[in-house]
Design a protein around this ligand. Structure first.
Ligand SMILES: [Zn+2]
Length: 137
């Protein structure tokens, strides 16, 4: 059961704001290695704006001007994910998911295995990339 989906307490940002430095860094990290749609998603990242932010964690949603950036041919909703491995037995793993809807950047979602609080975005250097772009479901 994907209990983390849509469990965020989203606050709309109007007008949409530019990405913060840490948000930009983690998205560039997620899009740093090749997978189907990566090139298009990088173009979208250049013009993406933040439309909502979770009140209790760093999860954000995006809007992209579809007339400016091309649609990304991703194989599934979450083409790329990163995780922070547990440092010790029982240590909580942090997940960073990139959601793509209709070929456009939709959400940067963070959750922990124990569904606990996430105070801030992790450093990209603490994360490992997981690919799902090869197809399947
Ligand atoms: Zn949240």
């Amino acid at each position: 059961m994907d209990v983390h989906f849509n469990a965020h307490d989203r606050r709309n940002i109007d007008p949409p704001r530019s990405l913060g430095e840490n948000e930009q860094a983690i998205l560039e990290f997620l899009l740093s290695a090749p997978f189907p749609g990566q090139k298009e998603l990088r173009q979208q990242l250049e013009i993406a704006k933040v439309t909502s932010q979770c009140r209790t964690c760093p999860t954000i949603t995006f809007t992209v001007d579809e007339s400016v950036a091309p649609r990304a041919p991703v194989a599934r909703r979450i083409p790329i994910e990163a995780e922070r491995p547990g440092a010790a037995p029982g240590h909580t793993t942090l997940h960073v998911l990139l959601h793509v809807v209709n070929g456009y950047l939709d959400e940067l979602e963070l959750y922990r295995n124990d569904l606990g609080q996430i105070a801030s975005l992790p450093s990209p250097s603490s994360l490992e990339l997981l690919f799902f772009g090869g197809g399947g479901s």
